[in-house]
Design a protein around this ligand. Structure first.
Ligand SMILES: Nc1ncnc2c1ncn2[C@@H]1O[C@H](COP(=O)(O)OP(=O)(O)OP(=O)(O)O)[C@@H](O)[C@H]1O
Length: 243
């Protein structure tokens, strides 16, 4: 039986008087691999940041495992790779890569599975980088660090905001294969992406956001809907003709 682990109810979000999200209702079931898609500025990151508790909705409610977000404490169960992760570290940050990877274990007071650290640093070619200063990594290496950091938490939900930007071709392959493996083992994934080719191979649910939620359903139904291009307002049709 399906279990709803994220529920967004009648959510509105505004930056001052600029309405960004309007009446979003969305349920994410355990085991979903959900692609969150939509045009630039459509509100995907904003929605993810509301679900992560970084932004407080102007109106509406969010429940995580049935618990209203303001009471939710088990943040270690949610891994997150932010957008443009490779830009977020100052070159002077006084942490080694290994210390950076282990930060969430300090924040959340949970135990590391050393075998997972070992496996993922190997997979993502990070082993020889562990003692380097985090601020000395390249953009793509930093992006990889954020991905490994989110995965070694062994989370139950993983939220990824355009995670493969900046990854070389080989690492992208490793990354999506690894996501597939974690997904098979029960990880629930929300992937914000513009790489619509990914939808066929990995994703089983799709949500399209452009201020409102225009579509939420399984991937097959999405393909039928997308062909019609009826679910975006007129001024966004051109950007999406490649669907
Ligand atoms: N801190 C902020 N203050 C004011 N407006 C903001 C802020 N952050 C984002 N916005 C605005 O909110 C809207 C939605 O942005 P958001 O980043 O959620 O879109 P997105 O769908 O993730 O876009 P993209 O595909 O380009 O990453 C945009 O119009 C953006 O300019």
């Amino acid at each position: 039986m399906s279990q709803t682990i994220i529920e967004v109810q009648n959510l509105y979000f505004s930056y001052e008087d600029h309405l960004i999200l309007e009446n979003i209702n969305l349920k994410v079931e355990k085991g979903d691999f959900l692609a969150l898609i939509g045009p630039n500025g459509g509100g995907k990151t904003t929605l993810a940041r509301c679900i992560l508790g970084f932004l407080t909705p102007t109106k509406g409610k969010i429940f995580l495992w049935g618990e209203e977000i303001r009471n939710f404490k088990n943040w270690h169960k949610i891994g997150y790779v932010p957008q443009r992760a490779g830009d977020l570290i100052d070159s002077l940050t006084p942490l080694s890569v290994k210390e950076f990877l282990l930060l969430p274990f300090k924040w959340y007071k949970v135990s590391l599975k050393p075998s997972l650290l070992d496996k993922l640093t190997e997979k993502f070619g990070m082993k020889n980088l562990l003692n380097k200063k985090i601020g000395e990594l390249s953009y793509g290496q930093l992006q990889r660090s954020y991905i490994v950091r989110a995965l070694i938490l062994d989370p139950e939900i993983l939220i990824l905001d355009e995670p493969s930007v900046g990854l070389d071709f080989f690492t992208q392959e490793v990354f999506y294969e690894t996501l597939g493996e974690f997904h098979k083992r029960g990880l629930t994934i929300i992937l914000i992406t513009h790489e619509t080719w990914l939808l066929t191979k990995w994703v089983n649910k799709v949500a399209c956001i452009n201020q409102k939620l225009y579509f939420h359903g399984d991937h097959e139904s999405f393909c039928i809907m997308a062909k019609k291009l009826e679910f975006f307002p007129e001024h966004h049709k051109i950007e999406h003709t490649h669907w």
